[in-house]
Design a protein around this ligand. Structure first.
Ligand code: NDP
Ligand code: OXD
Length: 312
């Protein structure tokens, strides 16, 4: 039996621990403070309190319950151990559905139809072809690449921004190591609907700011599902107020739950969703954790290992 401690600030962590207890796997489920927890070899977590992981001297593996690991890497006392994240088909499908919904919301002018409804205006506009709309995806990884493929299949023009060049059939790939690369600005200049699917790293922090949004064509829309730290909220708000941004769907925020004082709650051209774009099922998260524990114990390569140097 491998001793596994479940910890962190998320209601999902204890629920996954309960499910792990119900499954008859080879793991002993422990919570912080349980007898024997200090002997844990594996930690399963979301946003562990800073320094918490360093208190487990026998740890050999840290496993996230999510795709993004910024909430773990930000711990200044994080032990230098392998860190794995979640990559799961149900997560990818859920994210793809969410982005397709958002793209269709803007492409089919549903934001304008809803505004017209509020004013009882009957205004018929013919639907435009998908091929007239260019979706720009920042982050062409596990999630972004799948989203790109599905949008291309629907006839949208798709462009992607990543560090390495990507070969998604039909997608225009823009790439570079830094935002000062001219390719980044070319990417933005031809994007009607911008999708942020980046991990939060030192390089991507604050990427949704006045300068980047100004580089989009006037009337562009934003779908933000990356992390709250990508948003420079006041600048995004200003771009929505001055109309350069037609609208935004915002799923992630610097502070979650989004504080009641946030202007985003009441802006007519903003849809706020509570970090629900996608999540892997608890079973699927546990399958991966159990598989990686098996690999750890048998000395096999771990799956979905995070490159701690890159931060994702
Ligand atoms: P991946 O690690 O598979 O992909 C990340 C992509 O971002 C890669 O294409 C990578 O480029 C690119 N990238 C990273 N840094 C930069 C940079 N500085 N400049 C340009 N491109 C960069 O991650 P996933 O696709 O699995 O997940 C992406 C993010 O989505 C997560 O980190 C998380 O923040 C968010 N997420 C949000 C959810 C929600 O419900 N809102 C749910 C799940 C995830 P390259 O390929 O060249 O390395
Ligand atoms: C994730 C998330 O990173 O839920 O998986 O945001």
């Amino acid at each position: 039996m491998t001793k596994v401690v479940f910890l962190g600030v998320s209601s999902d962590v204890p629920k996954i621990a309960v499910l792990a207890r119900e499954r008859t796997g080879d793991i002993e489920v422990l919570l912080p403070g349980d007898a024997g927890a200090e002997e844990a070899e594996v930690a399963v977590c979301w946003a562990p309190p800073p320094g918490a992981l360093a208190a487990y001297p026998r740890l050999r593996l840290i496993h996230a319950i999510a795709a993004g690991v910024d909430n773990i890497l930000c711990d200044p006392h994080l032990p230098a151990l392998p860190l794995c994240r979640v990559v799961a088909p149900d997560l990818t499908v859920a994210m793809t559905e969410f982005i397709i919904w958002g793209v269709l919301y803007y492409h089919r002018d549903l934001d304008r139809a809803l505004a017209n409804q509020r004013n009882m205006i009957w205004n018929r506009t013919p639907p435009a072809a998908a091929s007239s709309c260019s979706v720009g995806i920042m982050g062409v990884g596990q999630l972004g690449a799948h989203v790109a493929g599905e949008l291309l299949r629907m006839g949208f023009k798709v462009r992607g921004w990543s560090r390495q060049e990507k070969t998604v059939d039909g997608m225009q790939s823009f790439h570079g190591e830094s935002l000062s690369d001219p390719q980044f600005w070319d990417f933005l200049g031809g994007t009607d609907i911008l999708v942020c699917l980046l991990p939060l790293t030192a390089q991507t922090q604050g990427i949704l700011n006045r300068a980047t949004l100004t580089a989009l064509p006037a009337g562009a829309a934003l779908i933000h599902v990356g992390r709250g730290g990508h948003l420079v909220s006041a600048e995004v708000q200003a771009m929505l107020e001055n109309g350069h941004l037609r609208g935004a769907i915002l799923d992630v925020f610097e502070k979650e739950p989004l504080p009641v004082e946030s202007p985003f709650w009441s802006m007519s051209n903003v849809i706020v969703t509570p970090h629900i774009a996608a999540a892997a099922s608890y079973d699927s998260v546990l399958d991966q954790i159990e598989e990686n524990i098996r690999r750890l114990q048998q000395g096999e390569p771990l799956r979905n290992l995070v490159d701690r140097g890159s931060g994702y």
